[in-house]
Design a protein around this ligand. Structure first.
Ligand SMILES: Nc1ncnc2c1ncn2[C@@H]1O[C@H](COP(=O)(O)OP(=O)(O)OP(=O)(O)O)[C@@H](O)[C@H]1O
Ligand SMILES: [Mg+2]
Length: 253
């Protein structure tokens, strides 16, 4: 028997008032696979990611995780399954420093009664642990005590990505992770995606950069006006065929 997909979406629909953002959308991601989720502005890509991440609830459809139908009602539920998300509009807290942002929502308490009773944060421990994990992943972040408000867009992006990877996820959703990055930093993020794949992580990568898609993705799923508009085996498909599907010159049968 073949292994079920890590993540499968079956017939997902979502409406926002008069806008049908998604209609009957199908998507599968396997372990160790990078799936590019493509489509023009407003095609529904971020909405789909937000549904998988538990930020938005679908009106219809089923999400399967490791072959089982699951309900993902909250971001915490998604994280608990092993789904990590880097959102298009970065959700970092300006007032907090790098380490605090990395551990936002899963703060570590001081050991013993100080942590248990007084709920004191183990800031030193979080900083050390964050540094250790980021080093292990080859991610360079400036001083852990730097407030993120003072970081560049690219550095903030790196922190957001690091944050998503800290929990050792099984699936990673990246919504335009290189959009605000310079060439070198973008290259670094792409290397990270490659590493995730090698470690058996399933990746959904949203990108408008066809070069990135060609370099990284195993498959591409195209959305157009909220509907599936084709699936492609990226290494063997000419780029212009994928682009035609994105802009609507061709449609899936
Ligand atoms: N919270 C919301 N309320 C109302 N409409 C929404 C909401 N979120 C998304 N939409 C609408 O749903 C459609 C799909 O939006 P979505 O953000 O998923 O597109 P996208 O493919 O990510 O586009 P882009 O490439 O510009 O990021 C758009 O028409 C958008 O206006
Ligand atoms: Mg989007």
């Amino acid at each position: 028997m073949t292994e079920p997909p890590l993540l499968a979406l079956r017939g997902i629909s979502k409406r926002f008032g008069a806008v049908q953002a998604l209609k009957d959308v199908e998507l599968e991601v396997h372990r160790g696979e990078v799936v590019a989720l493509l489509g023009d502005n407003g095609a529904g890509k971020s909405t789909l990611v937000r549904i998988i991440a538990g930020v938005v609830t679908a009106d219809q459809g089923v999400i399967e995780w490791e072959g089982q139908a699951v309900q993902i009602r909250t971001p915490r539920a998604a994280r608990h399954l092993g789904i990590a998300t880097v959102y298009q509009n970065l959700a970092l807290c300006d007032g907090l420093d790098v380490a605090e942002n990395l551990y936002l929502g899963r703060e570590q308490r001081r050991p013993g009664a100080l942590g248990r009773l007084l709920r004191l944060m183990d800031k030193g421990g979080m900083r050390r642990e964050a540094r250790r994990q980021l080093d292990a992943m080859g991610i360079r972040v400036p001083d852990m005590r730097t407030p993120v408000a003072s970081l560049s867009a690219g550095q903030r992006q790196t922190v957001a990505i690091s944050r998503a990877l800290l929990g050792d996820p099984k699936a990673v959703l990246l919504d335009e992770p290189t959009a605000s990055l310079g060439v070198q930093q973008a290259g670094h993020v792409l290397d990270l995606v490659d590493e995730l794949r090698e470690h058996g992580v399933g990746v959904i990568l949203i990108s408008h950069n066809m070069g990135d898609v060609k370099a990284l993705a195993d498959r591409a799923a195209v959305l157009r006006l909220g509907c599936n508009n084709g699936f492609f085996h990226v290494p063997t498909t000419p780029q212009d065929r994928i682009i035609s599907s994105i802009i609507g010159v061709t449609s899936s049968p």
